[in-house]
Design a protein around this ligand. Structure first.
Ligand SMILES: Cc1ncc(COP(=O)(O)O)c(C=O)c1O
Length: 371
């Protein structure tokens, strides 16, 4: 089986993990956590970073740190992971959904303004699958209506928008270090900001809102979470970060190689290699079936599995999620591109440990299946 993702752990990961065990520093108090935070903050050109338990945890913290509360509205794409919407819904905040472009997988900027109401307090930008969202017009709208920006850069560590790193655009930006990300800590996430107050709140929320005053140790003014990252996770992160340029280069190599190997298959759309503002980083190699093709994405994925090739479906849009519909959310939404992406899209093996020989094998099977 060629799995859809295999992480690449060939640097100092073991050495740094051994240091944790030898020194006894295995909790979040260990030195790798701050080192990893410094590394990521300076890489993305931010002043402050808060490492935490996952990308989903980072979104929970971001929403609360910004002071968003019940009955506020936040604009998000429907075509994204549930972490984005649930970080809002769990606090009684209303996600207001916009559709996405079929070609770039990113939110339709031109649909944002009509969704703004007096309750709108923020826009959550999510960069999807490897191309950055079109940031400038979103920032312009945010400025016009005085809205905060949460930037979910989980999938695009190392990507740039007009030469500036994704992760540098939000009032608060978030990352994920799940093993399919460009830098992994097994599980993990991070918040990035330039605002000292937001950073303090993020660090407090990550740590159960413990008081910083030693005399008030178990006296709490607010509710947070234990979303801390362990020193062992951060040790992996520091080792991974040492190879970040190589990781990004490898991702682009995978994307460019598949582009060549798959270009003559007539029934699929390959991912866009370049837009006016960014070059694809191919977090995953995402394919859509052309209109009129006889097979569904589900059928293609099942045939790939029969041929020992891993694949994954695209996101199921937020407005179709039973959990939200059961809460009477999004019942009359019409966001056709998000729905079509789910029906026609899937991604193929694109992890950092993928070899050229494996890509050739994947391409051969796709040629056989996509007839
Ligand atoms: C856009 C986006 N946001 C957030 C997350 C959540 O990250 P995690 O799996 O670390 O909770 C993911 C996960 O892949 C993601 O793709």
């Amino acid at each position: 089986m060629i799995p859809v993702n295999t992480p690449f752990l060939n640097g100092n990961e073991k050495k740094y993990l051994n240091e944790c065990i030898d020194s006894g520093w295995i909790s979040s108090e260990g030195p790798f956590v701050q080192k990893f935070e410094k590394n990521m903050a300076s890489y993305d050109g931010r002043k402050y970073a808060t490492a935490c338990a996952s990308g989903s945890a980072a979104l929970d913290i971001a929403v609360k740190a910004l002071g968003l509360k019940k009955d506020d509205e936040v604009i998000i794409p429907s075509f994204t992971i549930i972490s984005c919407a649930q970080s809002l819904v769990k606090l009684g905040i209303k996600p207001v959904l916009v559709d996405s472009h079929y070609e770039t997988f990113n939110m339709k900027v031109e649909d944002i303004e009509e969704k703004i109401t007096p309750q709108t307090k923020a826009i959550m930008i999510v960069h999807v699958f490897g191309l950055s969202a079109d940031i400038d017009p979103i920032l312009k709208i945010a400025k016009k209506y005085n809205l905060k920006i949460i930037e979910d850069a989980a999938e695009v560590i190392g990507q740039e928008y007009k030469g500036k790193k994704c992760g540098s655009f939000g009032d608060i930006s978030t990352l994920s270090f799940y093993p399919n990300k460009h830098v992994t800590t097994g599980e993990g996430g991070m918040l990035l900001t330039d605002d000292e107050e937001l950073d303090k709140r993020a660090k407090s929320l990550r740590n159960l809102c413990f008081s910083l005053d030693p005399n008030k140790r178990f006296i709490h003014e607010d509710l947070g979470w234990n979303y801390r990252m362990t020193n062992m996770q951060a040790a992996l992160g520091v080792a991974q970060f040492e190879q970040i340029d190589k990781m990004i280069e490898k991702k682009r190599h995978i994307g460019n190689t598949y582009n060549k190997l798959l270009k003559d298959i007539k029934v699929i759309n390959l991912p866009i290699a370049k837009t006016d503002y960014c070059e694809n980083i191919y977090w995953v190699y995402a394919i859509t079936l052309k209109d009129g093709y006889k097979k569904t994405a589900k059928e293609v994925m099942s045939e790939l599995k029969d041929n020992k090739i891993g694949s994954r479906p695209f996101f199921y849009p937020m407005h179709k999620q039973p959990v939200f519909n059961n809460m009477r959310l999004f019942l009359n939404e019409d966001l056709p591109q998000s729905e079509k992406l789910y029906e026609k899209g899937f991604y193929i093996p694109s992890g950092l440990a993928l070899t050229n020989a494996q890509m050739i094998e994947v391409a051969e099977v796709l040629h056989k299946v996509l007839v």
